[in-house]
Write a protein that binds this ligand. Structure first.
Ligand SMILES: C[S@@+](CC[C@H](N)C(=O)[O-])C[C@H]1O[C@@H](n2cnc3c(N)ncnc32)[C@H](O)[C@@H]1O
Length: 286
């Protein structure tokens, strides 16, 4: 980059550079990173296109451009990702919450519409995304969230404290931290569900930067889901809901797992905006 640059000049240059580096959304990424450096929103860039960047701003932006071009996700560079309109802090200790996962919240809100207060758990909470969104929407509910990763729970606790949302966080493997609690009205999870062999086929910025424990449980990718489906009936009350995000090809396998327990009614599977199976909901028989 030359020494003197306007906002417009920097955006144009970076968009072309990111394009050459095969980044999927070059203009958007350039705008998000520049607005982060300039502490403004993206519209703020458009209203001062001709403004030159100061030396320190340019240096800070150059460093982010270098890291983005090397594959680091934008959300880790800015340290934030919006989920359910909540500005969550994220860093490499946690998975970056995905838009599809808002469907998990949608389904929970549907099944709890007529239940003014209850007990819910988010297993594998990561940044706290599902648990915090649910508690924000259902303040009278008690919401518990677990994760096997102590590092992820630090991030989730920070998010809860900063947003002043009251969720209880427990560390441990799958449903184990919930022993002795319940009955739950909802057990929700976006568990790791990518098959081990498929991790290498994910986008580089996912495979190389997001926590492996958040992506895959190993093997065929179903181990965490098997544990949740197998263990949930003992923790759910009558008509309690198990709400799981699943891989887009896992619908038939997870339906079979649910049926094999004999503990649930027929599950429903919600599709995401791409028309792919994404969220399974099964109600415990009374
Ligand atoms: C796909 S991420 C989902 C994170 C968050 N719920 C979200 O939707 O953005 C899966 C999460 O499960 C956690 N996890 C992985 N294995 C686990 C286990 N055996 N017990 C509990 N949590 C686990 C990971 O640390 C990670 O935070």
């Amino acid at each position: 980059m030359p020494e003197t640059w306007t906002i417009l000049g920097v955006l144009s240059w970076t968009t072309q550079y990111f394009g050459e580096k095969k980044i999927a959304s070059p203009r958007l990424d350039a705008e998000v990173l520049l607005s982060h450096v300039l502490h403004c929103d993206r519209v703020g860039l458009y209203v001062r296109f001709e403004q030159p960047l100061e030396r320190g701003e340019l240096d800070a932006f150059r460093e982010l451009v270098r890291r983005r071009a090397a594959g680091e996700p934008v959300a880790y560079l800015t340290g934030t990702r919006e989920f359910w309109s909540l500005p969550l802090r994220v860093d490499p200790r946690v998975l970056i919450p995905r838009l599809e996962t808002e469907l998990v919240v949608d389904v929970i809100l549907e099944v709890t519409r007529d239940t003014p207060a209850g007990l819910a758990c988010d297993v594998g909470t990561g940044s706290g995304a599902i648990a915090l969104a649910l508690k924000r929407e259902r303040p009278a509910w008690t919401v518990v969230a677990t994760d096997v990763s102590a590092a992820a729970l630090e991030v989730a606790r920070e998010n809860a404290a900063r947003l002043a949302i009251d969720v209880e966080f427990l560390e441990g493997d799958m449903l184990r931290p919930l022993a002795g609690r319940g009955p739950f009205d909802v057990i929700a999870s976006n568990p790791p569900y990518v098959a081990e062999a498929e991790v290498a086929t994910l986008m580089r910025e996912v495979a190389e930067h997001e926590p492996r424990v958040a992506l895959t449980p190993g093997g065929d990718g179903l181990a965490a889901i098997r544990q949740l489906v197998g263990g949930a009936p003992a923790l759910l009350g009558p008509a309690g809901a198990l709400v799981l995000e699943i891989g887009y090809q896992q619908g038939p396998a997870v339906r079979s797992l649910v049926a094999a327990t004999g503990a649930f009614g027929p599950p429903t599977v919600r599709r995401d905006h791409a028309g792919l199976d994404r969220v399974l909901c099964a109600r415990r028989l009374g």
